[in-house]
Design a protein around this ligand. Structure first.
Ligand code: AMP
Ligand code: MG
Length: 401
């Protein structure tokens, strides 16, 4: 038996970051991983400008009851004239600050009539002026390689005038389902068959992480069929995930099929529930991970053991999303010889604090528990966990992102 944390570390290190990168337009950038550090090349804002609709003037020209002639109306996107002594320039949010002006008064504190403006309140020097470079200075670090780009990052990159950005190449994932009992959704099903849910599930999980599920193949439980499918996937993908056929049953042939393709192979019984049998092979320098066939086990092993490897191959800066410690609600004390990962919902208790409520049926084949769960709660091996004990919570929104 392999310890859960050891298994997680081993898998996270099963491959290095992809060396491919590509330039994508900002419209395509969300969800991609920045390939190299970005440094600002221009000051943002590029010039002093007004934070308000109002008037630019010199503080020294203000006095109670004074009427200043309005020299110019300068809209955002226009060049202001230099401000003449004793005058004011009408400005709008984003208008450039005229040379000579040292303050902006907001229009709510003014009355304009007959080409003159009266200002009811004494202005403070520099007020309502957004200074050149106060947001970002040219030369400052902008974003670090490994950042997963979201709308906020795209805004920052666009503000620098960049129309495209260099990102890590999209991780190509090959998926292989196995089992003579399985039939593809959409096809007629015989009594002894079940629908293949792991194939579509794994493709969706890979896509949800910004990877590209290039092929979803199915192999019958023969060594030859498995071997041929693995070859196809290895030729075309960076990472191969197979599901099922890794236990100790007579028809569990993933291990011999992988062994016959050469390379290093480890088969572990990971001390986790659901889960347990997990295979890792290195073939032609590419990692192949064999997941357990039970849908819930496949989902949990993917979430906990495969996503850190995917994030690493994608060049991301964070492999392990942060965990929180939350009280678990349980009617009876729980204890197991393996680490147990319960499907739970994070809810708010009556006093507003968060707690974890487990799904009623924790069987490793219970697919209906998956859309219900918001996360997984980790119950340590050999520890008696009682109602309201705090346990580690793996939030699926973060772990599957
Ligand atoms: P195995 O590890 O191949 O013995 O599979 C364990 C259990 O998971 C069996 O009940 C299989 O029928 C089921 N299973 C395996 N692969 C899939 C799949 N792709 N979709 C749904 N169930 C599966
Ligand atoms: Mg099977």
């Amino acid at each position: 038996m392999l310890d859960f944390d050891q298994a997680q570390t081993l898998l996270a290190n099963a491959a290095g970051p992809l060396q491919r990168s590509e330039e994508v337009s900002l419209a395509e950038a969300a969800g991609r991983v920045l390939a190299a550090d970005l440094t600002a090349t221009v000051d943002i804002p590029p010039a002093d400008n007004s934070a308000m609709d109002g008037y630019a003037l010199r503080v020294a020209d203000w006095g109670a009851g004074v009427h200043l002639p309005v020299q110019q109306r300068c809209y955002a996107g226009e060049m202001p004239e230099p401000l003449k002594p004793g005058q004011a320039i009408r400005l709008f949010t984003g208008s450039l600050i005229p040379e000579g002006a040292d303050t902006v008064v907001m229009q709510e504190d003014t009355t304009e009539a007959d080409g003159h403006v009266e200002i009811s309140r004494a202005p403070a020097p520099g007020q309502h002026i957004r200074r050149r470079g106060e947001d970002t200075m040219a030369g400052a670090p902008l974003l670090a390689a490994g950042t997963v780009l979201e709308a906020a990052h795209v805004a920052l990159i666009a503000s620098q005038g960049l129309a495209s950005v260099r990102v890590v190449g999209q991780l190509r994932v090959g998926i292989l389902t196995t089992g003579d009992e399985l039939v593809l959704p959409g096809r007629p099903r015989a009594t002894e068959q079940i629908y293949n849910s792991n194939g579509p599930m794994l493709a969706a999980l890979a896509r949800g992480m910004g990877a590209l599920p290039v092929h979803v193949l199915h192999a019958r439980d023969t060594e030859a069929d498995l071997q041929a499918a693995f070859k196809t996937l290895l030729a075309d993908c960076d990472l191969v995930l197979s599901v099922g056929g890794v236990s100790v049953g007579e028809r569990d042939l993933v291990k011999p099929a992988l062994a016959s393709l050469g390379g290093e192979l480890s088969l572990w019984k990971v001390r986790m529930k659901p889960g347990k049998p997990v295979a890792l092979a290195q073939i032609d320098g590419k990692p192949v991970v064999g997941l357990p066939g039970n849908p819930v086990s496949a989902y949990a092993v993917f979430t906990l053991l495969v996503t850190p490897l995917i994030r690493r191959m994608q060049g991301r800066d964070t492999l392990f999303p942060p965990l929180s410690q939350l009280p678990l609600r349980t009617e009876h004390p729980r204890q197991d010889s393996r680490e147990e990962f319960l499907r739970v919902q994070r809810r708010l208790a009556d006093d507003g604090s968060a707690e974890l409520v487990p799904y009623g049926h924790q069987g490793s084949g219970v697919i209906s528990s998956l859309p219900w769960a918001t996360g997984l709660a980790r119950l340590p091996a050999e520890v008696r966990v009682q109602d309201k004990d705090r346990v580690a919570y793996y939030d699926l929104r973060h772990w599957l992102a």
